[in-house]
Design a protein around this ligand. Structure first.
Ligand SMILES: [Zn+2]
Ligand SMILES: [Zn+2]
Length: 124
């Protein structure tokens, strides 16, 4: 039997289920998992990379924690290869080293989350 990869919507349900926030209809389970976001994503991650049953471009947003598909959405920044081009243009008033520290290898589901994250961390 071919195993079909979970898409974003299904992965989101699993992610919520693992945090005790979602239960498929018709189930009354006694032992409901109550993981935090990091633990829940650890399970998704191993399902992506080892078991290969979840689409591997799905990531959690580093600001709000929601899952999104980096294939079709979101912001990802690799400062080590962009030097100061991208972030400097986008946040001209911020300190480049601080931006780099805050943004490097982070995923954000949209620009608002990225800006919130930088604001909350005192970078902009
Ligand atoms: Zn977000
Ligand atoms: Zn950069």
């Amino acid at each position: 039997m071919d195993i079909k990869e979970l898409n974003l919507e299904q992965a989101k349900e699993l992610y919520e289920f693992l945090q005790g926030k979602f239960m498929p209809e018709g189930y009354e389970l006694k032992n409901i998992p109550k993981l935090n976001q990091e633990e829940a994503f650890t399970i998704i991650y191993i399902l992506q990379t080892h078991f290969r049953v979840v689409k591997d471009t799905i990531e959690p947003c580093d600001n709000c924690g929601e899952l999104f598909d980096t294939d079709s959405d979101g912001e990802y920044h690799d400062c080590d290869s962009c030097e100061d081009e991208w972030c400097k243009k986008r946040y001209p008033l911020a300190d480049f080293e601080e931006l780099k520290k805050a943004l490097n290898y982070k995923f954000f589901c949209n620009e608002c989350c990225e800006m919130n994250y930088l604001a909350e961390n005192g970078v902009i």
